[in-house]
Structure formats: C-alpha cells, structure tokens
Design a protein around this ligand. Structure first.
Ligand code: GDD
Ligand code: MN
Length: 391
C-alpha cells in the first residue's frame, strides 16, 4: 500500500484493504497463508496490508515477521501479552490498527480461502454495502471443513438461536457465526473509538452486525475448508462465552435488562424452596429455615446475574464487595416487603393479595435499581479507554 494513503487522519484510498488475522499458536499455517494471500491480493486490489493480532505462546509472531520480509505488501504483527477479549478482542485491536477503506477479517488456519478476499471487497463496492459476509449457508457455500455431526448440529442450532434473538440486525445474514467477512472501516469507526465494542470470544461478526448496524449487507458463498495445520482453539468454554455474549448484546437496553433480571430472580425460587424443604425436613424451625433458604436463592441469583447480566461491569468492585452488597440488597428487599404490605393494607385499604403483588413489584424495581447503582455502576474512566472485558 502506498504510504501516501496511510497517513493518520487522511481518508483511506478507495478499494484498499487491511486483512486482519487473529492468531493463537498457528506456527504451521503462517507461511502458507501469506504465500496464498501474496498470490491473490496485489493483482486485484489497489492496495493491501496484513495485520496479525497474535496471542500465541509459540513462535507464530517470529515466523510472521520473518515471512513478512518477502511479502509484496506491508505486514504488521501486533503481539499481545494479555489476550483481552480472546479472538474478538484481537479483531478489535486489528480494527484500530487498520488503515485501509475495507477491513477483511479471516482466520489464520486457511479454513477461509485467501483467494476470496478480493471478491468480498468487490462485492461490497459493487453493491454499495457496508458489510460483506462470506457465508457457508447461502447458495454454493458449504461447511465442509466443520468437523463432525456434533459440531454441525451445534453450529446450526447456534445460528437459529442467534437469528431468532436478533431478527432485525441479522436480516440478510445467513451465517452470523462466520469468522470471514469484509466491513467498511467507516462503519465501525465510532464504536471502535468510543469503546462500545465489547466482543466476548469468537463471535465478532455478531458483535459488529448488532452494534454497528451497517447500512446494507450482502453475502458471498464460500466453502469452509479443512484446517491446514494445527488444531482448533475452540472449546466448551467458548460455548459458554457465546451464550454470555448473546445475553450481553440482547440486554443492552434497560428494559431488556430489567426483564432478564426479573427472569433470573424467578429461577431463584427453585434453590430457595429446595433448601427450605431440606431444612424443615431436618427439623429446623421454619423462621431460621426461611432466612437460611433465602440465602441459597440469593447466591443462585448472584452467580447468574454476575455471569450473564453484568458480566462486563464486574471489574469495578472486588467480587466479595459485590457479593456483600448484593446480599444486603436482597435481604433488605425481604425486610421491606412486610411493612410495605402493612401500609398498603392498613392505610390504603388494599386487599392482601393485591398488596403483596404490589409490594413484590415495588421491591423488585428498587432492588433492580439498587443492584445497578450500588453494585455494578460503571466508573467512567476519565481517559475514555476501551473496555473490553477479559473473560
Ligand atoms: N489473537 C487470538 N486470540 N486469536 C485467536 C484466539 C485468541 O484467543 N483464539 C483463536 N484465535 C484464532 C486462531 O488462531 C485462528 O486463526 C482463528 O482465531 C479461528 O480459531 P479456530 O480455533 O480455528 O476456530 P474454529 O475453526 O473452531 O472457528 C472458526 O469457524 C467458526 C465457524 O464454524 C471461527 O472463524 C469462528 O469465528 C467461526 O464461528
Ligand atoms: Mn479454524
């Protein structure tokens, strides 16, 4: 790429591409990957560069730097000592370093054919789209390289679930799980700079499609290849991170967050009642049994709320501090309910059932507001740093 086009603040030259490649121990793939990119990019694009964002513990970055010297385009290797945000966090780092008009994100194991990179950009330019997804699920695409019936089923199920949760944002995207896509850098600039991107693990396309709402989207079919060398880095833990990511995206609005808070609260009745049954069966008097059983419900709610709802706001306080405050609020809720019911019944002449329902509602809203403000209130950093949660 001509350095004239790459000055900070200068508008990126049309048709230029930054290929962002996240890598984690891909030593066996780098040489072949850069060779194939070298064979397909320079002839068809006006300018290109490659940015590796590497979290490896092997010699991947050293190999990349060595091979880069013979490449027909600039190659940057960013090595991170702490892999904040995993694969998704690495891609956000790559977006920050990118200088071209388009950013193409692809895996470093050759499951994504490098020859398709120019096609993605051409399709975007031709159709005036902000986002071009390389899809395994559109005419001519295939998931050939997805190993085993189990992974195919998981991938399909996750796709349906995700599309069901975000019908609007994912309209026109048949493969929201794809890790191969092209996006106009302009379409992500604001989010990237304000730190609004908080990817968690693998699903960076989902994050971008939901948070950046690209103006228009198009797809190009592709055949998901077998890995060239090494093994997949995806684990069962990645599945949990994916679910947490879905909840985080879906609960960005206060209304949705309140709803999920309430649903989690409802599930807390199960451990609460179970503990109560055990304790009374053991002969404990029902009053202390109620109090102790309530703590089981509180603990259950705390764990779910921590891992699902306020996952990206945990760092503001020590976990023991959060647990203490949470327990205090939850028990205060219990104490407040009785006098509230008394006021409703005695002063306002409401019948007992309605009064109880009202009291439940009032204490629920107070507890939600209290939890947001007293336990998880984000302390804004004065420098407006990006906050990507490490998970
Ligand atoms: N920097 C960095 N940090 N890179 C990572 C990390 C990390 O923590 N974890 C994985 N990577 C890199 C890998 O080195 C590889 O280049 C790429 O991200 C994809 O990782 P794989 O482990 O090969 O993922 P996969 O093949 O199971 O999943 C791919 O296909 C899925 C579709 O089935 C990814 O593209 C997924 O995003 C995609 O959903
Ligand atoms: Mn892979």
């Amino acid at each position: 790429m001509d350095d004239q086009d790459l000055r900070v603040g200068a508008p990126a030259a049309p048709g230029t591409v930054t290929v962002v490649i996240p890598t984690f121990n891909e030593a066996g793939n780098i040489r072949e990957l850069l060779a194939r990119l070298g064979a397909s990019l320079p002839g068809r694009l006006t300018g290109c560069e490659v940015v590796f964002v590497d979290d490896s513990t092997d010699d991947t970055p050293a190999i990349a730097e060595a091979v880069a010297r013979d490449c027909p385009f600039p190659v940057t290797v960013i090595h991170r000592d702490t892999p904040v945000g995993g694969l998704g966090g690495a891609v956000v780092e790559g977006l920050k370093a990118a200088r071209a008009e388009w950013v193409v994100v692809m895996d470093g194991d050759l499951q994504h054919p490098p020859s398709l990179v120019p096609e993605l950009v051409e399709a975007g330019t031709r159709k005036g789209a902000d986002l071009v997804v390389a899809s395994r699920y559109t005419g001519g695409g295939s998931r050939m390289g997805l190993a085993g019936a189990y992974r195919v089923a998981v991938s399909r199920g996750a796709t349906w679930l995700t599309k069901g949760l975000f019908p609007q944002a994912l309209r026109g995207i048949s493969d929201p799980m794809s890790g191969f896509f092209a996006i106009r850098r302009d379409a992500v600039r604001d989010q990237r700079d304000s730190g609004a991107l908080r990817p968690l693990g693998y699903k960076i396309l989902l994050e971008l499609a939901v948070r950046c709402s690209p103006r228009s989207v198009t797809e190009v079919p592709f055949v998901f290849q077998n890995r060239y060398a090494g093994d997949s880095k995806s684990t069962a833990r990645e599945g949990m991170r994916f679910l947490a990511h879905l909840v985080a995206l879906r609960t960005a609005s206060p209304v949705a967050r309140t709803l999920v808070f309430g649903l989690i609260g409802l599930t807390g009745f199960v451990p609460n009642l179970a503990a109560l049954a055990v304790l009374t069966a053991l002969g404990v008097h029902y009053v202390p049994a109620e109090i102790v059983a309530n703590q089981f419900g509180v603990l259950w709610n705390f764990l779910l709320i921590e891992s699902l709802l306020f996952r990206d706001r945990r760092r503001h306080r020590h976990w023991a501090d959060r647990a203490g405050r949470f327990a205090l609020l939850a028990n205060a809720d219990l104490l407040l309910r009785i006098p509230l019911i008394a006021v409703f019944v005695g002063r306002l002449d409401v019948d007992v059932l309605t009064a109880t329902a009202l009291a439940l509602l009032v204490t629920f809203v107070l507890r939600f507001a209290g939890t947001e403000m007293l336990v998880y209130l984000p302390r804004r950093s004065s420098r407006g740093r990006t906050t990507i949660e490490e998970a």
